[in-house]
Design a binder for this molecule. Sequence first.
Ligand SMILES: [Ca+2]
Length: 417
Amino acid sequence: MTLCPGPRHHLTRPWRTRAQSLSQHSAALLLAAALAAAHSAALAAPASPAGEMQGSAQKSPAAAKKAVPKRNKSSKKSGKAKVAAVEAATPYGQRPDVMAFADSVAAAQGRDATALRQVLAQAQRLARVQQLIMPPAVGTAKDWGAYRDRFIEPRRLQAGLAFWDTHQAALQRAQERWGVPAAVVVSLVGIETFYGRITGGFRVIDALATLSFDFPSGRSDRSAFFRDELTQFLALTQREGLDPLALKGSYAGAMGWGQFMPGSWNRYALDFDGDGHVDLINSPVDAIGSIAHYLAEHGWQTGAPTHFAVTPPSDGAARARLLEPDIRPSFSAADFAAAGAQLSPAGQAHAGPLALVELQMGGATPVYVAGTQNFWVITRYNWSAYYAMAVIEMADTLAALRSGASATAPAASQTTP
Ligand SMILES: [Ca+2]
C-alpha cells in the first residue's frame, strides 16, 4: 500500500484496451461465475500470481524500456552522462552519499554507524525497480472493465471467502473497533496480495535504496520520499528484530499481507493478535487490524456509503468543472444538481461532499459515480479511483456471496448506488 499521497506502488497497473460495458458484467453473472468456481472441487491456485502484480504486468515492458534510457549503447552520450553511468554502477558501500545517509540515520536513531554502513553496503541497485516506478506509457487507454475483471474473478473471490471464514473473529473485532466493514478489509487484502500469495519478490532494502539513491530521471523525483521510507524501514526492522537484508516486498518497498510501506507500518500498524509484535508479514490478524486502523485514521465514516449512482452533466464544461478536483470530494449534492448532474435519490439526500469520479472504459463511454468521503479514504491506500472502485465492488461481491452462504454475514461496504 500506502505511498499516499504520492504514487502508489501499483498505481500504474496495466490498462488494457479491450472495451467492455458494465452491462456485460452484471452482478448476477459475476455471482454465478463465482459460485460455480466455489463449487469446483478441483479449483487450483494460479500458477504464478507473483508476476501479476509486481512483474511485467505493472506496465508494458516497452514503456519501461522507453522510460529508462539505456546507458551503455549510445555512442553520442555526453561526458556528464558517462559520469552518471559510472556513479550509478558504483556499489553503495563506496558511494559517499549513501554512507553519509547511513551516518545520519545512525545518529538520528542512536545506532552504530559502522553497522548501518555495512547494511546499506549490501543493498543492490535494481534496474527493474527503476523501470517499475516509471509511469505508464502516454496514451495508454484506461479500462475500468478490464481492471475490475483482473481482480474480481472467481479464484480471488473464493480465496476471499475462505479468508473471511478463517479470520471471522478478527474481522468482526476490527469492524466493531474502527467501524470499517469486514468486507472492505477482506477485499483490500485480496486485491493487494491475493490473500498473502503475492507479497512481493524484491528485497526491500534493494528496492528502497534504488529509489532513494538512484531514482530514475524521466518522472517527478520521489527520492526524498523513499529516503524517508528507507529510514523508516531501518527503524522498524531494528525495533522488531527483523533482518533488514532478508525482508521482501513490492518494487516500492511495500510489505506483507496488506502491502504496508515502512512509514505506514510505523504510523498505523498494530499488534492485533496480541503476541507482542507488529508483524504484517506473518500475521494476517495483525494485517486485518492494521488495515482497519489505517482506514479509520484516514477518516472512514462508519456506516456511510462509498458512492452513489450519477449521470454526469451533458454539458462538457460543467462536467469538466465537476471533474477538476478529481477524486477529492468537493461538491455538495446541490452543487451536482446545479451543474446538471443527476444523482440517485440517495445521493440527492447525502449531506457530505461528493466527487464526480470518471472511470474510463477503453474506447467506450466512461462510467461515472459520485464518490463520498469513504471512497476517498480507500484511495488513501492507493491513489486511484479504479483501485477504490475495485475494492468496493469486490467487497460488495464478497458480502453478497457470503450472505448467500450465511444469514449472519456482516454488512457489506454499505454502498448505496
Ligand atoms: Ca502480532
